[in-house]
Design a protein around this ligand. Structure first.
Ligand code: SF4
Length: 106
């Protein structure tokens, strides 16, 4: 999902799992349970697929708030964040990458 914002901001909402085990009461995704974790390439490819859709427009921000609880797929998600914020990778500022959790962090 692409979320437009003020000042030309364009935020991509990225998924980290197929389904989700967290079961938040308001969320239909959670009602189906977890199928599997996404791999690092599957998470990264969401950015490239979105870039193909928006063409010349720049994705300015990423939020890990799509399907899945990101901290349940910790290793792949942290590897994705490293790629997203590496100047030789996707190249976003760390301030432009947000992780949304339902509360797994200790
Ligand atoms: S963590 Fe996110 S995807 Fe999972 S059930 Fe809660 S709101 Fe839905």
């Amino acid at each position: 999902m692409l979320i437009p914002g003020p000042g030309g901001r364009l935020t991509l909402c990225v998924s980290s799992q197929v389904g989700c085990a967290s079961g938040c009461g308001f969320c239909l995704t959670g009602s189906g349970g977890l199928v599997r974790n996404l791999t690092v390439p599957e998470i990264v490819n969401q950015v490239f697929a979105a870039r193909n859709i928006v063409g010349e427009k720049t994705i300015s921000n990423i939020v890990l708030m799509g399907t899945g609880e990101p901290l349940s797929n910790y290793d792949a998600v942290t590897a994705f964040i490293e790629i997203a914020t590496d100047r030789n990778g996707i190249g976003l500022s760390p301030r432009k990458v947000t992780l949304s959790t339902c509360g797994l962090a200790p």
